[in-house]
Write a protein that binds this ligand. Structure first.
Ligand code: FES
Length: 146
């Protein structure tokens, strides 16, 4: 086996694991599912409609993994507006799941619920999700995370 082939083969499991981690971070019973992942640039996450088609029309929502290990929840609340919050449940850190603009988010781990704006509507979570600025563009939604 050549050196380069050995190097390639040693990378395969890592690449496979990275892909699995991005699609289901943690993997404990669905508490960490994401619709896709993006890389932050200067504290901003750019969610293109081509990558997140659910956000292209009013009523859609997506859970988006970030390269800093966290995740955001983004909702297209109308033709002209979007909201963004942390997707990390304030109870014990599972990722929330989007239900609808009116029903908001639910947490698959212990049943907490939040509005689309991240306000707790049912425990055991006690604190609201952190909110971020979301700006619609012609091609996507830009979320300022930090
Ligand atoms: S981690 Fe969300 S309700 Fe427990």
């Amino acid at each position: 086996m050549s050196h380069s082939r050995r190097q390639f083969l040693s990378l395969v499991p890592k690449v496979a694991l990275a892909g699995a981690a991005l699609s289901q971070l943690g993997g404990c019973g669905g508490g960490y599912n994401v619709d896709g992942s993006v890389t932050l640039a200067s504290g901003k996450a750019t969610l293109l409609f081509t990558q997140f088609p659910k956000l292209a029309t009013a009523g859609g929502g997506a859970i988006v993994g970030l390269d800093n290990g966290s995740a955001i929840a983004v909702v297209r609340t109308s033709d002209t507006e979007a909201t963004a919050t942390s997707a990390v449940c304030t109870h014990e850190g599972c990722y929330v799941e989007f239900q609808s603009v009116s029903a908001g988010f639910s947490c698959p781990c212990h049943g907490a619920t939040y509005t689309s704006a991240g306000v707790v509507t049912k425990g055991p979570a006690r604190e609201n999700l952190a909110s971020y600025t979301a700006a619609l563009t012609a091609t996507g939604i830009v979320v300022t995370v930090s």
